[in-house]
Design a protein around this ligand. Structure first.
Ligand SMILES: C[S@@+](CC[C@H](N)C(=O)[O-])C[C@H]1O[C@@H](n2cnc3c(N)ncnc32)[C@H](O)[C@@H]1O
Length: 291
């Protein structure tokens, strides 16, 4: 299998987490284990979570190769981070990392229709136990609901046109694949854009299928509660909707004098990193220290 995932902002993440030997760290989105391995290498004890069992398998393989002890992985959703940490007797902790979004493996090799550049079933579930797929939404929501979804989670200015085109196409036959949907969107989003015309629609569906924003919103306060004094919360986000939730949460903790700001402005990848790993171009890292 190709490299599962190249970790974003690795050096910066390790600097802000300030990993110390024998302290506890939670990687809430362990993915292919890129960040997790570095935490364990530095002597940190690790609890790693991911909703995707394929990610847990990849991270386990990487951590086992290291031959180090002091790590445990759970195929669980970070929306339950407090319960999971307590069940595993893993608290208080010195640092918690969220590296949001999807791994390169999920985008390119999972066959779940996350990418508009592939022709795959329109699934988009990061967690295979979820019941509703992107195809269910695309074929089942009303025109009004589709408009709302594309506006709210995609900030898509052509939401009405896209929803209309989907409804017309559905009259013929259900929309089953990522390529079919990308085609329909491309026909109505015609103005030049920096990204592929279907980027925002795919983002919106992915957020809705995986309930990404609600999960993040409910997880951050729990994570903060698990931190010891001087413990650090580090979050890497990949789009403005996520980043707004992180920024507002951290601002609120600072305002209540519960946290100290570590990143006045979000930390972004160097030109060199973006060139090597273009997926990181929209990454923003924010960090906070608990008082
Ligand atoms: C960008 S990848 C993480 C990559 C990882 N840091 C690495 O270096 O390999 C994001 C991961 O978060 C997982 N994920 C997304 N939402 C989640 C949630 N609510 N709970 C747990 N994991 C989640 C995805 O399945 C994906 O594997």
């Amino acid at each position: 299998m190709a490299e599962f995932h190249e970790p974003a902002l690795l050096k910066e993440t390790l600097t802000y987490l300030n990993v110390r030997s024998n302290k506890k760290y939670i990687d809430a989105t362990v993915g292919g284990g890129g960040h997790a391995v570095e935490i364990v290498k530095r002597g940190g004890n690790l609890l790693g979570l991911d909703v995707d069992p394929d990610a847990i398998d990849a991270a386990r393989e990487k951590l086992e190769k290291l031959g180090a002890k002091g790590w445990v992985l759970r195929a669980q959703n970070f929306k339950n981070i407090d319960k999971i940490a307590k069940e595993n007797d893993f608290y208080p902790v010195t640092g918690i990392l969220y590296d949001l979004g999807l791994s390169s493996y999920q985008l390119e090799h999972s066959g779940r229709g996350f990418s508009f550049q592939k022709n795959e079933p329109l699934d988009m579930r990061a967690d295979p136990d979820l019941k509703v797929t992107a195809a269910d939404l695309v074929n089942g929501l009303s025109e009004k609901e589709l408009v709302k979804l594309f506006e709210k989670y995609g900030e898509e200015s052509r939401a009405r046109a896209v929803a209309g085109a989907i409804i017309r196409s559905r009259w013929d036959k259900p929309i089953r694949t990522s390529a079919e949907l990308a085609d329909i969107v491309t026909q109505v989003v015609r103005e030049p854009r920096k990204t592929h015309p279907a980027t925002k629609v795919f983002q919106a569906l992915r957020i809705a299928v995986n309930d990404e924003l609600n999960n993040l919103q409910s997880s951050l306060p729990q994570a903060f509660g698990l931190l010891e004094a001087d413990g650090r919360l580090v979050v890497i986000s990949f789009h403005s909707l996520e980043d707004r939730i992180v920024k507002d949460f951290m601002k609120n903790m600072i305002k209540k004098d519960l946290g100290g700001e570590l990143t006045r402005k979000p930390v972004v990848p160097s030109d060199e990193e973006i060139e090597k790993n273009p997926r990181t171009r929209s990454a923003k890292l924010r960090a906070l220290e608990k008082k």
